[in-house]
Design a protein around this ligand. Structure first.
Ligand code: ATP
Length: 483
């Protein structure tokens, strides 16, 4: 039960999200038994299901639904020249200052300018060091020697793996411009400040798509992709008034960018970047041409007229953090709602009693002081799609519920829970974001029907067992978030 005063109820705070994530096995601190590892997190049973589903939804959106986009899985370790060409060795830095007194480390651009000017620590008033550039790439060595020639980096973004494979993909898959390459994978950044749970971490995952276009058509394609990425979040059931665009001003533009917008989400700590949509111009392929000595021009075979035009394509990038999206989805889905017992029996707490003869359980929203925490995930990304709950363990109800679970398993992620009062079990599933519960009761034995209970409305309908799987499929397809 939430302990906050009423006015704060219903709102996602970082504390609530972090504690729910741990309690229910979404996300744990890395190496917690050793005191934890900063900037690293582990995804538990519900977390990995959610992460896989978010990735799957993105992959479907970006590849399956687009004939002109193909996938790639490039390696994390790349030739070190890659990062010279990309500009990361030179430019991928954050300005860093340390407090000499309390030893806290800050990003110089994230502390008040007056503190920076006076070299005064914003936490303790101690003296700050000079600002120095700090490269965010993790540097290590490959092979047994640790000399300069053996230096290798953990990739700080997945994009470069796409650029260095662009020619391979054109040749092997006969791709014609405009076309895109999508990739999901790990990236590593030695972030100075890693607060706010999994928002900014040293090890994270990205979902990136690089779209190669003819120069001169880039502005049009940039707008097209901005529109498509916005529409995607709507489809995912995200609260659209919690999203906004932020255009990069001249000071914010990365060294490669011609134009850049972020999609920002209203996280509990404020508006923050969720995804970037960038017009990267011909910067990357021009640089890789220079550094590799390979001709990365596109040869336009379909071009009419005498000579075959060759050009370095422009690139429109859509770059989202997978783990950051997971945090957004948790915050967005989080809700607390007041519930009262219905006419047939209380559903709140262990004392709840159900009409055992009819097995009827009802819930209504109302005014007594009973709250439920519910994660309103879109059913397509919920970690568990359907939970099977026998009303009683005895009289063959457990066996019947298990039997139905076996039937649904091939097509849905299922859970089974026979422990405790049915109201308690509904609450556990609400908190895990399970959109559908199927309750098996005495009537089920007589007429082969079950109760299908909806997470959001708490409504229940009686469904013949034979129609259950199809009904679930239809409900997932038709899902529309109402609050
Ligand atoms: P920020 O300004 O927040 O550091 P960025 O502009 O450097 O981010 P990009 O390089 O554009 O971010 O990366 C694309 C996406 O990758 C971001 O929108 C974000 O979702 C994700 N991302 C970047 N850095 C991190 C990180 N340290 N931890 C988790 N996700 C990250």
């Amino acid at each position: 039960m939430p302990t906050e005063s009423t006015e704060y109820r219903g709102k996602a705070t970082m504390e609530k999200i972090t504690s729910l994530a741990k309690r229910r096995g979404f996300v744990f601190q890395s190496s917690e038994i050793y005191g934890g590892q900063n900037g690293a997190w582990d995804y538990g049973p519900l977390g990995i299901e959610l992460k896989n589903r978010i990735a799957r939804a993105w992959w479907k959106e970006m590849t399956q639904l687009h004939d002109d986009i193909v996938g790639l899985d490039a390696s994390i370790l790349m030739h070190p020249r890659t990062w010279e060409a990309s500009g990361h060795v030179e430019n991928f830095t954050d300005p860093l200052v340390d407090c000499k007194k309390c030893k806290t480390r800050f990003r110089a651009d994230q502390i008040p300018p007056e503190n920076l000017a006076a070299k005064k620590c914003p936490d303790c008033g101690g003296e700050l060091t000079d600002t120095r550039k700090f490269n965010l790439m993790f540097k290590t060595h490959i092979g047994p020697t640790e000399d300069g020639a053996a230096v290798i980096y953990l990739r700080p973004e997945t994009a470069q793996g796409i650029y260095v494979n662009y020619k391979n993909i054109i040749q092997s898959n006969r791709m014609k411009i405009p076309f895109g390459i999508a990739q999901i994978g790990k990236a590593f950044r030695n972030e100075i400040v890693t607060k706010n749970f999994i928002f900014r971490t040293c090890e994270f995952e990205q979902m990136e798509m690089q779209y190669f276009v003819k120069p001169g058509t880039d502005v049009e394609w940039f707008e097209e992709w901005r529109g498509r990425r916005w529409a995607y979040y709507e489809k995912l059931g995200v609260k659209m008034d919690s999203l906004r665009w932020h255009r990069h001003g001249p000071d914010e533009l990365a060294h490669y960018a011609k134009d850049a917008y972020d999609i920002e989400y209203l996280f509990p700590m404020g508006w923050r970047e969720l995804e970037g949509v960038h017009n990267r111009s011909d910067y990357d392929l021009t640089r890789h041409t220079e550094y590799s000595g390979k001709d990365l021009q596109y040869i336009d075979q379909d071009s009419s007229g005498g000579s075959v035009p060759r050009y370095i394509p422009f690139i429109i990038e859509t770059s989202a953090g997978l783990t950051r999206t997971l945090l957004m989805i948790l915050c967005d889905a989080y809700d607390e709602e007041k519930v009262v017992s219905g006419p047939e029996g209380s559903i709140s707490g262990a004392e709840s009693s159900i009409s055992e003869t009819t097995g009827s359980i009802s819930e209504t929203k109302g005014s007594t002081d009973d709250w439920r925490t519910v994660l309103r995930f879109h059913p397509a990304i919920a970690p568990i799609t359907v939970a099977l709950l026998p009303l009683m363990k005895k009289d063959g109800l457990a066996e019947l519920a298990q039997d139905i679970r076996r039937e649904l398993k091939e097509d849905f992620t299922t859970d089974y829970d026979q422990g405790g009062a049915i109201g308690r079990r509904y609450r556990r599933q609400d908190e895990a974001g399970t959109p559908f519960c199927v309750t098996v009761d005495y009537q089920s034995k007589d007429d082969n029907t079950v109760t299908l209970r909806f997470r959001d409305s708490m409504e229940q309908v009686r469904v013949p067992r034979t129609q259950l799987a199809q009904r679930l499929r239809d409900e997932i397809k038709a899902y529309h978030r109402s609050k």
